[in-house]
Design a protein around this ligand. Structure first.
Ligand code: SAM
Length: 273
């Protein structure tokens, strides 16, 4: 089991570009709600910010757009995504960031450097999340805060009308991620993990996106078929079950009052002064 655990962009799907688009849609799906919480927890202009497990750079981009005086250090283990983020962010002509090819487990950054840290959809993929949290704690300044955002796949997409077949998809997804050392049900454990990692004043929020509010298009973009198709390839899901899921999903859309709901779990902690 390596430090990347259960998220490697080149193996989690068969189509890297599709996965990058899915990650972007997943940022857009929750951003307005997430931002409110980041601000409430201390994100503001002019401070030193670190994003760990920054992937293609879409959260870094949003923060740079929002805070014109902020400087962000983005830390990402995958060299392909480091290069992608560097190119993507440079197109935006912003010189207020750096992208470092490092692991969250051992960033090589000096201690007490940052005021604010964002770690989004990363802990759920790591074999040793507590030591990742300890490393984030180490690089924060006293009084600094870190926000960890993750899924809990027992409470993933819910629909009206209910699509019972979706639970088979999420069970298969969980088996696959657990087999690679991740924990796709980590959402409920976040407050305990933050405390074990050294944080004080820990708080917890559930962030929701509802199709009546954000529209259904964005849900379709943030889900997609490339991960389910890979689960079939890897033997975690049968093609027959996937076909049933597609039928159930299409039938749900035929209902006039259909709705889609998804949640993310957010925990914040402070490094005591
Ligand atoms: C699901 S993606 C989330 C990307 C981004 N945070 C977002 O919300 O769009 C998980 C990211 O964590 C990165 N990652 C996995 N293990 C890591 C580690 N040990 N150190 C740093 N990044 C890691 C992956 O390469 C990937 O970019």
């Amino acid at each position: 089991m390596d430090q990347q655990g259960s998220y490697q962009i080149k193996t989690i799907t068969s189509h890297v570009e599709t996965e990058i688009k899915r990650l972007k849609a997943q940022v857009d799906l929750f951003w307005d709600k997430e931002l409110k919480h980041y601000i409430e927890y201390g994100l503001r202009d002019g401070i030193r910010i670190v994003e760990l497990g920054s992937g293609p750079g879409f959260i870094t981009e949003k923060v740079l757009d929002k805070l014109p005086e902020a400087y962000i250090t983005a830390v990402e283990i995958d060299p392909f995504l480091v290069e992608y983020a560097q190119k993507y962010l440079s197109k935006k002509n912003k010189n207020r960031y750096e992208v470092l090819e490092k692991s969250i487990m051992d960033t090589g950054l000096a201690e007490n450097m940052f005021d604010f840290a964002i770690i989004r959809l990363v802990l759920e993929h790591l074999p040793d999340p507590v030591n990742a949290v300890r490393e984030v704690y180490r690089i924060l300044k006293p009084g600094g805060r870190a926000v960890f955002v993750d899924n809990d796949f027992n409470m993933h997409i819910m629909t009206h009308p209910h699509v019972p077949e979706l639970s088979e998809l999420y069970d298969a997804y969980c088996q696959s991620r657990f087999a690679e050392g991740g924990n796709p049900r980590i959402g409920r454990e976040l407050p305990g993990i933050l405390k074990e990692g050294g944080f004080s004043k820990v708080d917890f929020e559930v962030i929701s996106a509802h199709s009546e509010i954000v529209g259904e298009e964005i849900f379709l973009k943030s889900e997609g078929m490339s991960i389910p198709a890979k689960l079939v390839c890897d033997g975690f899901l049968s093609s027959k079950v996937l076909a049933n899921i597609s039928v159930g999903w299409r039938n749900m859309f035929k209902s006039k009052k259909h709705a889609i709901l998804r949640q993310l779990y957010m925990a914040v902690g402070e490094k005591l002064s």
